[in-house]
Design a protein around this ligand. Structure first.
Ligand SMILES: [Zn+2]
Ligand SMILES: [Zn+2]
Length: 323
């Protein structure tokens, strides 16, 4: 019973102790940091093109790891301790029963009666539970004590093995799983991505009124954008591009000045992108680090107009993470 109470407590605990219980933007910072640490291009692509999927699996992994850590730190030692205490009580009860029966010149039935009485506060069973036992086979009640002594340790080993981290995680209440609760919490917000760079709108309301916006845009080439008529991936960033004299070509062939990108209509009209020259090193480091992977992925190159500025190559992973 204590085991299940403990699990319920742990569920609440897990929710409270995750480092980003505030909002999705904070969670996204953790995700970006983890992505940079792992340097796994496939994971980056999943995050860029299927952000909701990536958020969900990140939350699941984090919660499972959190549960595993908590299990080994607080649950497992307590469980082992309880098993030891229980084992000792059963052995003591068996030994005392033998002594008592000897004093009273009793038989196997009396031994079972004493034994179940002595354990009534820790285990719920009665003499009836031993009805399958053929008393003729065990005419010497001393044998019972020996059987319990030898069988008990293997039973306890099985219990220990079955209550490991994996089964513990699986046994958590399916309707009230901390990872599903967190996914609900974090995913009820806007998931619309910038049409140029795929940055996710940071509005906390799904299907909100007004424009979509995000404080930090990314390098266009991350989304596979190239300069019109070339296979040169774009190294531009939305916030500088909207202040430039460049033109954007929409999929239906329209040519619109970046300064008036909203005139392109559709998804472009619904975004608020304000000119800003203060750019973070994060995505600049990313395109340098994964230039080859991006070029293979999109079958285009960062060449010509899309040449990556030399100064971007000086950013370290650490600077990217800190930004
Ligand atoms: Zn953008
Ligand atoms: Zn939005």
């Amino acid at each position: 019973m204590w085991f299940y109470c403990f699990m319920a407590q742990l569920q609440k605990h897990t929710l409270v102790h995750l480092p980003y219980n505030a909002n999705r933007s904070n969670l996204e910072k953790h995700i970006l940091k983890r992505l940079a640490e792992e340097e796994n291009f496939d994971k980056y692509m999943n995050y860029i093109h299927n952000p909701k999927d990536h958020f969900k699996s990140f939350i699941r992994d984090e919660v499972h790891q959190d549960i595993r850590d908590k299990f080994s730190i607080s649950v497992q030692p307590k469980m082992n301790q309880n098993i030891k205490v229980l084992q000792k009580k059963i052995l003591t009860a068996a030994h005392e029963s033998t002594e008592d029966v000897q004093v009273k010149c009793g038989d196997v039935n009396l031994w079972l009666k004493f034994f179940t009485q002595k354990l009534s506060d820790v285990l719920i069973f009665s003499v009836k539970d031993f009805s399958g036992l053929k008393h003729d086979d065990v005419d010497d009640f001393k044998l019972l004590e020996d059987v319990i002594r030898t069988e008990l340790s293997s039973i306890m080993t099985t219990i220990r093995r079955e209550c490991n981290t994996d089964t513990f995680d699986k046994k958590l209440d399916l309707n009230n799983r901390p990872d599903e609760i967190l996914i609900d919490h974090f995913c009820q917000c806007c998931w619309v991505q910038c049409p140029f760079c795929k940055a996710i709108c940071t509005n906390t309301i799904n299907y909100h009124d007004g424009d979509h916006s995000v404080p930090f845009h990314r390098v266009h080439g991350i989304n596979g954008w190239s300069y019109s008529g070339t296979t040169n991936l774009s190294a531009s960033i939305c916030t500088t591009e909207v202040a430039s004299n460049q033109y954007l070509c929409t999929s239906d062939g329209a040519r619109v000045s970046y300064r008036e990108y909203r005139r392109a209509g559709g998804v472009y009209a619904k975004w608020s992108i304000t000119p800003d020259l203060s750019e973070l090193p994060y995505w600049k480091w990313f395109v340098c680090r994964f230039q080859k992977d991006l070029e293979i992925y999109y079958k285009k190159t960062f060449k010509g107009k899309g040449k990556i500025p030399d100064e971007w190559r000086q950013y370290t992973k650490q600077e990217a993470i800190e930004s």
